[in-house]
Design a protein. Structure first.
Length: 464
């Protein structure tokens, strides 16, 4: 398998080169030149695999044998040894017909750990094996930053800089990033929103001279390895639910702002996993809901919400999905993305909208509905949902059909979003790893949302 760009001007590169390139050098996103299709017989063989064994099985289709099996196994084992649950991503029944896939048992209590613990190991492997200096640059709406930093802090040959929107992440998310004292970590607190941070990241990666001179590497979901790693837990959850219910097809409800997590589910479905329906759950920043329902992709007014990790208007992984909706026509993708850049919208014709609606349903969860869902499930199921997970559960109620079985992704531990939990009149006890953050010294630099300012800070940091 080789990797190509959604815009058609990067092609036939290997797995490690694709990992290191991150964003395609033509401004597009990298995808496999062919999605592997897993046979029914192989799926049956995978049902009894542990999470780590399943990672190895799925990765084998994407890594092209570029990493010796024993080396890959060591990275996988090291990645998931940091998780607090033996199953890594356990599945639990919430109520009849609805299950939660708990993705928050990693070191930073968020689903991003599942991919980023592995990516940290892989970056370290590449740095050591190829004697490379790696300078990771990323933007976060809250969880990616902490997970990425945790994955590479203190690692030889690697520096990481994370941009986050000042005052627009939860306090715990901020503390998880900014209390890390390792010298290879820089946090830039940007006076803007996440879309500003993400836009500047993409512009810096698109400046090929700057990217090469500063040896930039991507940690955001523009990097296909993020998507590849997240695909695994869809398979794992399906097998667990099938064993309990004997159902052949399931829905997945996915809280998403950047379209990465739900695109991983789409990829799993294209690989042959028997997914019935992908339910896209979002919040007031509901550009993706409108896209699914009307075929219009157009950013609206940015809103700060109780689910800040989804406070995103421009979803970076949207282009990957658009590529497949357009039957892998890179020239058409390039044309539409240029139109979006100049006109600020993409409108699909009815025949393509019908394809989208065959893949997804969607529900935008407003603030009070989010809080009500948290309160309701604490009362009737004695389960405390974080606000993002609550959006996913609320979307199940709106979009799942009678008699269907749905797995809703629990994307973060509620302790990360105590601001919303307290508004529900609920007091929670923080895990020790989070409670101790409030007594640690913070280290971050506040800057304007200006590309030149970010570039200057990066050059100083990477050359220090």
């Amino acid at each position: 398998m080789d990797y190509i760009s959604t815009r058609g001007k990067v092609g036939n590169i290997g797995f490690i080169d694709a990992f290191m390139m991150g964003l395609g050098n033509d401004g597009g996103l990298l995808v496999p030149n062919e999605i592997p299709v897993i046979s029914t017989e192989t799926l049956q063989q995978w049902e009894q695999l542990s999470y780590q064994e399943l990672v190895m099985a799925i990765f084998s289709y994407y890594t092209n044998g570029e990493i010796p099996e024993e080396d890959l196994k060591q990275m996988v084992e090291a990645s998931y040894s940091t998780f607090r649950h033996d199953e890594v991503t356990p599945v639990r029944k919430l109520y009849e017909g609805t299950y939660l896939l708990e993705l928050f048992h990693g070191p930073t209590f968020a689903f991003k750990d599942i991919a980023l613990q592995f990516m940290g190991q892989l970056y370290s492997y590449v740095a050591t094996k190829y004697n490379k200096k790696i300078h990771i640059l990323g933007a976060t709406s809250g969880d990616t930053g902490a997970s990425a930093i945790e994955g590479v802090r203190g690692k030889e040959g690697i520096k990481i800089c994370i941009l986050h929107p000042h005052g627009k992440v939860s306090k715990v998310q901020e503390l998880q990033m900014t209390t890390v004292q390792d010298d290879n970590v820089l946090n830039l607190s940007v006076d803007g929103n996440f879309d500003d941070c993400q836009r500047m990241i993409k512009e810096l990666f698109a400046d090929l001279d700057f990217k090469s001179a500063n040896q930039l590497a991507a940690i955001n979901s523009i990097n296909f390895v993020r998507i590849m790693a997240q695909t695994v837990y869809y398979f794992y959850a399906y097998f667990r639910v099938k064993q309990e219910t004997s159902v052949e097809r399931v829905n997945f409800s996915v809280p998403t702002g950047n379209f990465g997590d739900i695109f991983a589910g789409y990829l799993a479905k294209r690989m042959g996993l028997p997914i019935n329906k992908l339910i896209l759950a979002t919040n007031e920043n509901n550009i993706l809901e409108r896209f699914v329902q009307e075929g219009v992709y157009m950013p609206g007014e940015f809103c700060s919400t109780y689910s800040p990790s989804m406070d995103i208007q421009v979803a970076s992984n949207f282009e990957r999905y658009l590529y497949y909706v357009l039957n892998e026509d890179a020239a058409q993708v390039r044309k539409l993305m240029e139109h979006f850049k100049t006109e600020g919208e993409i409108v699909l014709p009815p025949e393509l909208l019908s394809k989208v609606q065959a893949d997804f349903s969607a529900h935008g969860v407003m603030g009070q509905e989010c809080l009500d869902t948290i309160s309701d499930y604490k009362t009737k199921a004695d389960y405390l949902l974080d606000p993002h997970t609550a959006c996913g559960v609320a979307a199940v109620e709106k979009c799942a059909g009678t008699g269907e079985v749905t797995v809703s992704l629990a994307t973060a531990h509620p302790a990360k979003f105590d601001e919303a939990i307290r508004l529900c009149g609920i007091e929670q006890q923080f895990p020790e790893q989070i409670a101790i953050l409030f007594n640690k010294q913070q280290r971050q630099k506040r800057i304007d949302a200006e590309l030149s300012v970010v570039a200057d800070e990066l050059v100083k940091f990477y050359n220090s």
